[in-house]
Design a protein around this ligand. Structure first.
Ligand code: NAI
Length: 247
């Protein structure tokens, strides 16, 4: 599954799942745009890792919730590599609170990044993906979007919203021959899960048939398939990568 010469923009890719996806695609020959929100150091490390593996990468600062900054990211991509073939909407945040305690600000913050960011990036890169040979939109949702999760009404609503968005964009891209799909990871070993208390984590793992958390490589491998030309007849789907959590 070579990604030779394909230009991939991955939001929130200085660490965690995004970085795993970026490195995986870069190692397969993709030109990668590493997006970061505020601190360039980790993004430069990701560029180094990709270049060491023989790929090409640049950094692009943008808060995905800020349209002007996303426009700048598109300009960086076009200058470095030309139009994007693949956009992975990966950047996401949580602001957990039991619903009765959840503030409107916590609700809005999660919507602004997880859904607003996806809106901004998809609209900025829509023409690129439409015009690409085998263009790809890949949205990183979550098992929480399917199952819900105590204390995550905002996050679950946002991640669930990604499903309807993806199916709709899949229809709107189809005439151009490009696809849109969602990946819904289960609990994955990253900084996002780092804050979950050990006891809760043990209970989560006990409920996973494969008896372990996902590693970023588990998610990246599926994204690579969806980003490749081999997935050209898969569109509007949600691919679960959760160790069998919903069996
Ligand atoms: P993480 O917190 O380790 O990484 C998220 C990245 O997104 C960070 O680099 C962060 O700086 C960036 N980011 C956050 N807000 C941003 C913004 N406004 N603009 C640009 N970048 C921004 O999280 P992780 O675990 O790597 O998650 C990646 C995606 O996968 C998220 O969408 C998350 O919701 C989803 N996910 C994670 C799971 C997990 O268990 N870790 C499970 C299911 C889904």
């Amino acid at each position: 599954m070579s990604m030779d010469g394909r230009t991939c923009v991955i939001t929130g890719s200085a660490r965690g799942i995004g970085r795993g996806i970026a490195e995986h695609l870069g190692e397969k020959g993709a030109n990668v745009v590493i997006n970061y929100r505020s601190s360039e150091g980790p993004a430069l490390e990701a560029v180094d890792a990709i270049e060491t593996a023989g790929g090409e990468a640049v950094t692009a600062q943008a808060d995905v919730a800020n349209r002007q900054e996303v426009e700048h990211m598109r300009e960086v991509c076009h200058e470095a590599f030309g139009p994007a073939d693949v956009l992975v909407n990966n950047a996401g945040i949580t602001a957990d609170e039991q619903f009765t305690e959840m503030t409107r600000e916590e609700w809005d913050r999660v919507m602004d990044v997880n859904l607003g960011g996806m809106f901004n990036c998809t609209q900025e890169f829509f023409d690129d993906i439409w015009n690409a040979e085998e263009g790809r939109l890949i949205n990183i949702s979550s098992v929480v979007g399917k199952q819900g999760n105590f204390g995550q009404a905002n996050y679950a609503a946002a991640k669930s919203g990604m499903f309807g968005f993806t199916r709709t964009i899949a229809l709107e891209l189809a005439k151009g021959g490009s696809t849109a799909n969602c990946v819904a990871p289960g609990f994955t070993r990253t900084d996002m899960v780092e804050s979950v208390p050990d006891q809760v984590l043990e209970r989560i793992i006990a409920g996973i048939p494969l008896e372990r958390l996902a590693e970023v490589e588990d998610i990246a491998a599926v994204v690579r398939f969806l980003a490749s030309e081999e997935s050209s007849y898969v569109t509007g789907e949600v691919i679960d990568v959760n160790g069998g959590m919903d069996l």
